[in-house]
Design a protein around this ligand. Structure first.
Ligand code: PHE
Length: 410
């Protein structure tokens, strides 16, 4: 279970660090045609998990039918030449698997929906999943609104995860930097800018208060945590740090005695989005065909994360499982072995999953991207790739470059 960061896009510099540090990667399955979309509050088809492939077949099919009809009937003649129309209809027939002109370009369902009886040997041609819901119900179900997730620049497949867990990255970094250069368990108490340097006072792992001096300090803690630290950097800095809005985030890991989602439901990785307070259920992207496995039973932000984090773990678990049973049936409860939940906004020294800025063009963000004397700030929160390690890496590089240039110019 990656309780925190869990997926790495191909474009992120994080992958380059993994290569350089020798952190082995495996595919993270962010999208799976066999995972479900589960809407229980929609105006139609509510409470019935629908496979992504089925949802796409129906939505693409009906949209294609409508557009082909409108095109053919001349509704778009102001926009399309005769040849455009022909080519557009050819595209829609491929995209939506719709019927031809003689059948009014109707969408009537195809094997893209999936099968209720799988095809097999000899004359066994299978049974296509049915019945096909009406156009009106498909639109009212809202399933089409889920598709945009995978269009997102940083959520599109392929994605990756380190083998053995996301913490392989910090462990490899620590090894490359040298353990002896890192002080663990140090709770920062005060940061002081000095005429020719800066110093940090902290409580060490043994409870002793210590002060260390350096030419520069890079403060990489979350802004709302930093805002409460004693410092002499000025009230503008404190106000700017407080301007960032922490996002509550929660996750639960559910470890099962069997991989029923693979054996019974043919789901090998991927995500089921829901309109429940779980937000999403994630199936593991590794260990396929093994004996056991761990799902992410919820990964949610904001109000849902707060509602769950207000409960003790046992109640978080009971609530999450009661939702999951509606999608996957009783085995969601009966096969469960262990569980673990985390509420990042309640985790000391972190206090959020990430932060949002009301504005990244205002004076607050600008101020924190400049040094306060000999003190610099860094973190994903000082980037345009917030809530990704890429943001933290690029921010760190920027600050290191700034310090380098300052020292070289001095
Ligand atoms: N990087 C996190 C994730 O992929 C948080 C995030 C969610 C960031 C959605 C951007 C968009 O879950």
């Amino acid at each position: 279970m990656n309780a925190g960061p869990a997926r790495l896009p191909q474009s992120h510099v994080t992958l380059e660090y993994c290569r350089e540090l020798g952190v082995e990667l495996q595919v993270f399955t962010n999208q799976n045609a066999n995972a479900y979309i589960y809407h229980e509050s929609s105006a139609a088809l509510a409470g019935k998990p629908m496979r992504w492939r089925t949802a796409k077949a129906d939505v693409y099919g009906y949209i294609s039918e409508l557009l082909a009809k409108a095109t053919d009937q001349g509704a778009l003649d102001a926009r399309l030449t005769a040849q455009d129309k022909e080519r557009l209809i050819a595209f829609l027939q491929s995209f939506g698997a719709i019927k031809g002109k003689a059948d009014g370009y109707a969408y009537t369902g195809t094997d893209r929906r999936g099968y209720s009886v799988e095809p097999g040997a000899a004359f066994d041609d299978g049974t296509v999943l049915g019945p096909v819901p009406t156009l009106s119900d498909v639109i009212a179900s809202g399933v089409g609104q889920r598709f945009a997730f995978e269009f997102g620049y940083d959520q599109a497949m392929l994605m990756f995860q380190p083998v053995g867990g996301m913490d392989a990255i910090p462990y490899a970094l620590a090894k490359a930097i040298g353990q002896n250069r890192i002080t663990y368990g140090a709770k920062a108490l005060e940061v002081k800018d000095l005429p020719d340097g800066a110093e940090v006072t902290y409580k060490d792992a043994g409870g002793r208060t210590r002060t260390r001096r350096a030419d520069f300090v890079v403060a990489a803690m979350p802004p709302m945590v930093m805002a409460r630290l004693k410092h002499n950097l000025g009230t503008d800095i404190t106000a700017a740090l407080k301007y960032a809005v922490p996002t509550p985030v929660g996750k639960i890991g559910l470890e099962y005695r069997s991989r029923w989602w693979e054996t019974d439901e043919h789901i090998y990785g991927g995500i089921t989005p829901t309109d429940t307070d779980l937000a999403t259920i994630w199936y593991p992207s590794y260990g396929h065909q093994g004996r056991r496995g761990t799902l992410i039973g919820y990964y949610h932000f904001g109000a849902d994360a707060v509602a769950y984090s207000d409960l003790p773990h046992a109640q978080r678990l009971a609530r999450a499982v009661s939702r999951g049973v509606k999608i996957h049936g009783d085995k969601y409860r009966t096969e469960l072995d262990h569980s673990f939940s985390v509420a990042w906004h309640r985790t000391p020294h972190i206090e959020a999953g990430w932060v949002d800025w009301p504005s990244q063009t205002g004076p607050e963000y600008k101020l924190l991207n400049r040094p306060a004397g000999h003190v610099y700030f860094a973190g994903d929160w000082l980037s345009h790739v917030i809530a990704w390690q890429h943001g933290a890496f690029t921010s760190a590089r920027k600050v290191v470059t700034d310090i380098h240039e300052r020292v070289m110019a001095a």
